[in-house]
Design a protein around this ligand. Structure first.
Ligand code: GLT
Ligand code: MN
Ligand code: MN
Length: 390
């Protein structure tokens, strides 16, 4: 990597989770393959490579079972690393999926004691996040699901989830914290099926909550791809609803297990459209990479992975600008959208007069169907632009 043109800078708002650079290369079929850097080391690596911030689960920083004095020492040491580097903690979250206590879910578990413990753990973790300066709090309900629907009514699960999020949003309001929630969907893994499997389902759920204004989504590219869905469309819908509070960027092949690849490692074109969208609409939040290095890597490979995520984003951002400035592409788009004012009288809502005018209108259906749109050319030009030959 010799050029500086795509050197990440803090103003690019790139963030990583402690759990991403801290991934030890474990998978369901084999043990760890590397000793990951410590949280303090991760902060220094991220600052060195130009990231803006670091995000964390409670347990990423403070292992379960840590005593109070040790906890304070860990937090002080972490805060010192943040102060030394200027790195921020824009987002925090709770680990409600690793411990066996959560094997049947956290907020949706059948055991009320597990549900109560999950609430307590979240409140403590919110306190930690707020103390570190987080403004967004993510909820990823990895265990909120089932293998067998004999075990739980989905209506009970929905009700329990709603009660938990309402309780916690009231807690945050009561404390007067400047903190928003971002709910992250995933269709499956680690549960056989997870409730609220995609962005649309989560948006529907948010509308049923007591304080929907403080609750948005944290869409993850790989999660929508696991469900075979178009991530750009999901993100656009979240944006349109004013609910894009955070985003998890990574990559993966469609309809596979949870791969969490380096951003843009697999689906280059989708990655391009996504970056272009975020930049065109002026998304101002973190560009968080929720991915990890291949199992083949050592710590230097972990750095290659992190730098790669950010460089690919910046390269695709440049390509987006090029797309917007490309005369041939823009001419094709203008042609497709020509005559946009033809039915301007139909816009702006319903009226009886409009219906009358509409029903009296003659359409040349055959001519409408005969019009060539040149999408093949447009798409090929886009492909060539991404491939760097334009
Ligand atoms: C875990 C999961 C991610 C979530 C993280 C936040 S944890 O790595 O795979 O998608 O965003 O809880
Ligand atoms: Mn994620
Ligand atoms: Mn994932």
């Amino acid at each position: 990597m010799v050029d500086n043109k795509f050197q990440p800078k803090p103003e690019d708002k790139f963030t990583f989770g402690l759990w991403t650079l801290g991934n030890p290369g474990r998978d369901p079929f084999g043990p760890p393959t590397r000793t990951p850097p410590t949280p303090v080391e991760i902060v220094h690596i991220l600052s060195e490579i130009g990231a803006y911030g670091v995000n964390l689960h409670d347990d990423d920083l403070i292992p379960l079972g840590t005593g109070a004095a040790e906890r304070d020492r860990i937090v002080a040491e972490f805060k010192k690393a943040l102060a030394d580097t200027g790195l921020k903690v824009p987002m925090a979250t709770t680990n409600l999926f690793s411990d066996p206590a959560f094997k049947d879910g956290a907020y949706t578990a059948n055991d009320p004691a597990v549900r109560a413990y999950a609430l307590q753990k979240t409140i403590r973790s919110i306190e930690l996040g707020v103390d570190l300066g987080a403004k967004v709090y993510v909820f990823w309900g990895g265990r909120e699901g089932t293998e067998s629907d004999a075990t739980k009514s989905p209506l009970d699960a929905l009700k329990r989830m709603r009660e938990a999020i309402n309780f916690l949003s009231d807690y945050v309001r009561d404390q007067g914290y400047d903190l928003k929630f971002a709910l992250e969907p995933k269709p499956n893994e680690p549960r056989g099926d997870i409730y609220f499997p995609n962005v649309g389902a989560m948006l529907g759920f948010i509308a049923t909550l007591d304080h929907p204004e403080m609750i948005g989504v944290n869409p993850e590219m790989a999660h929508e791809h696991m469900g075979g869905l178009n991530f750009l469309h999901a993100v656009a819908q979240a944006w349109d609803a004013g609910k894009l509070f955070h985003i998890d960027l990574n990559d993966q092949n469609y309809a596979r297990y949870d791969q969490d690849y380096r951003f843009a490692a697999q689906t280059l074109k989708q990655s391009f459209y996504l970056v272009k969208f975020l930049e065109d609409v002026g998304y101002a939040g973190s560009r968080h990479f929720d991915a990890h290095a291949y199992r083949t890597e050592d710590v230097s490979g972990v750095k290659d992975f992190a730098v790669g995520c950010m460089r690919s984003y910046l390269i695709l951002k440049e390509k987006g600008k090029q797309f917007n400035a490309d005369k041939e592409i823009q001419d094709l788009l203008a042609e497709v959208n020509s005559g946009a004012d033809k039915f301007a009288w139909l816009a702006g809502g319903y009226s009886k007069d409009k219906v009358k005018q509409l029903l009296g209108q003659e359409f040349d259906r055959v001519a409408l169907g005969a019009r060539a749109l040149h999408y093949e050319r447009l798409d090929q030009l886009t492909t060539e632009l991404i491939l760097g030959v334009r």
